[in-house]
Ligand binder design. Structure first.
Ligand code: FAD
Length: 106
């Protein structure tokens, strides 16, 4: 059976890592493809109720794919929407690259 928590943790790990390694100066095609990626992702994420809510959120807040920082911040905010829904603490989005790319700097 689908383990929501396990799937969620693994998926966020992949998505945030991908955002933190997105180019700082993407080509127009890379930006457009990344926007498309999230739209497609939101249609096929295998937890259906999660995907339903995520699709609505992404529709209201379309992917920001102009550069790495914008994408990482946008995704962090989307994850925080889910955190709030689940009663989990919000993550400080100014530290998203520390968590997913550079390693904690303290
Ligand atoms: P996770 O939330 O999985 O986070 C993993 C790690 O990411 C954390 O330990 C932390 O270091 C880091 N992190 C936390 N917040 C942020 C952030 N904002 N930005 C960057 N890094 C962060 N579960 C449901 O029960 N209902 C749902 O509707 C639902 N919707 C989901 C939608 C999507 C698109 C995804 C990917 C997952 C969804 N989940 C949902 C799963 C849920 O978000 C968690 O993944 C799951 O509950 C496990 O939580 P966790 O406490 O292990 O940490």
């Amino acid at each position: 059976p689908l383990d929501r928590e396990e799937l969620g943790k693994a998926t966020w790990s992949f998505l945030h890592t991908m955002a933190s390694y997105f180019p700082e100066k993407p080509t127009k095609a890379q930006s457009e493809d990344m926007s498309r990626f999230f739209n497609i992702f939101s249609q096929f994420y295998p937890c259906e109720s999660c995907a339903d809510d995520f699709r609505k959120d992404v529709k209201e807040n379309p992917p920001k794919t102009a550069n790495r920082n914008e994408l990482a911040k946008w995704l962090c905010q989307r994850h925080n929407v889910v955190n709030v829904k689940l009663g989990k603490p919000e993550f400080d989005c100014s530290r998203v690259h520390e968590r997913w790319r550079d390693g904690w700097l303290d």
